[in-house]
Design a protein around this ligand. Structure first.
Ligand SMILES: C[S@@+](CC[C@H](N)C(=O)[O-])C[C@H]1O[C@@H](n2cnc3c(N)ncnc32)[C@H](O)[C@@H]1O
Length: 278
């Protein structure tokens, strides 16, 4: 399974939250507006960023079931959520939070999503969501997930799937080569079989439509400027390292590119969000 660094997730969280497609976010809020309570399942939750972004738009009583394969990230999720909430107290299955007039019960599950049942009827999930996950998964896995959700007509909200479009300002000659190699790396196995990478949102929308879902899709690009200099530098390094795994003969050129790109004045990294209802 891929491992994700909590510091990296913390660095990207403010940008992730600001980048979510606002039209889709409003549709999600409106869809559940008439309800007093909601059970949400968050796949690949990391340290709980998706909950912190989405809970303020959902009904006043919420149960979130957070699933991740990394027990260390789940421990950090519990701590970070307790710090984010107005108050937090231990509960039978996890933690009870109060935040801005909402009561949010959170349970945690350490599981490999490759082998876990994907219907979530054991949780009573009424919304399944995932942030920055589906570009890691394979088409077969996504097919299994969508088929599982369709059996109970559960809505799906997927945000921040990388879409393959990355640009830096000012442009440099090697940008396109690095992005092309990086995008090929995105299609390699990230623990679920051959990854969908930049094709994730399109594949997801197609599968959902085939299963009778009404689906909306919208852009959620990271638009980075000098105030996100740390993220720009980390991205340059990450792009160059992944690209060099695909084209080892260009390793030195890509490393030099990363040094220059780490000081770029601005960068745009394309993502897409998808919201689907049965
Ligand atoms: C890019 S991170 C996103 C984390 C979080 N959703 C966020 O937006 O900050 C992907 C997450 O998926 C989890 N993950 C990856 N493969 C997994 C698997 N096979 N089973 C369960 N979790 C997995 C990782 O541990 C990581 O927390």
């Amino acid at each position: 399974m891929s491992s994700f660094d909590a510091d990296w997730l913390a660095m990207r969280e403010p940008v992730d939250h600001a980048s979510r497609n606002s039209e889709l976010a409003a549709k999600v809020r409106d869809h559940f507006a008439g309800r007093s309570s909601l059970t949400v399942v968050d796949l690949g939750c990391g340290t709980g960023s998706n909950l912190r972004a989405l809970a303020p738009s959902l009904p006043s009583l919420q149960h979130w079931h957070l699933i991740d394969g990394d027990s260390g990230l789940l421990t950090q999720a519990r701590d970070r959520l307790a710090g984010w909430a107005d108050s937090a107290s231990p509960a039978a299955e996890g933690v009870r939070l109060h935040k801005d007039g909402r009561r949010i019960d959170v349970s945690f599950e350490c599981a490999d999503l490759n082998i876990r049942d994907l219907e979530f009827s054991d949780i009573g999930g009424e919304l399944v969501t995932a942030a920055a996950l589906f570009d890691l998964v394979s088409r077969d896995w996504l097919q299994r997930l969508v088929a599982g959700l369709a059996r109970r007509g559960v809505p799906l909200y997927s945000v921040l799937n990388y879409d393959g479009a990355a640009r830096w300002q000012p442009e440099a000659p090697l940008d396109m080569c690095v992005v092309a190699a990086f995008n090929r790396h995105q299609r390699t196995d990230k623990g679920f079989g051959p990854a969908l990478g930049p094709t994730a949102s399109e594949a997801l929308a197609k599968l959902l439509s085939q299963h009778g879902y009404s689906t909306c899709r919208g852009d959620s690009p990271w638009q980075l400027a000098t105030r996100e200099a740390g993220l720009i530098a980390a991205l340059a390094d990450g792009f160059a390292r992944a690209a060099a795994e695909i084209e080892p003969e260009a390793r030195d050129a890509f490393a030099q590119w990363a040094v220059a790109r780490s000081k770029a004045a601005a960068a745009t990294i394309g993502h897409q969000d998808v919201f689907a209802t049965a």
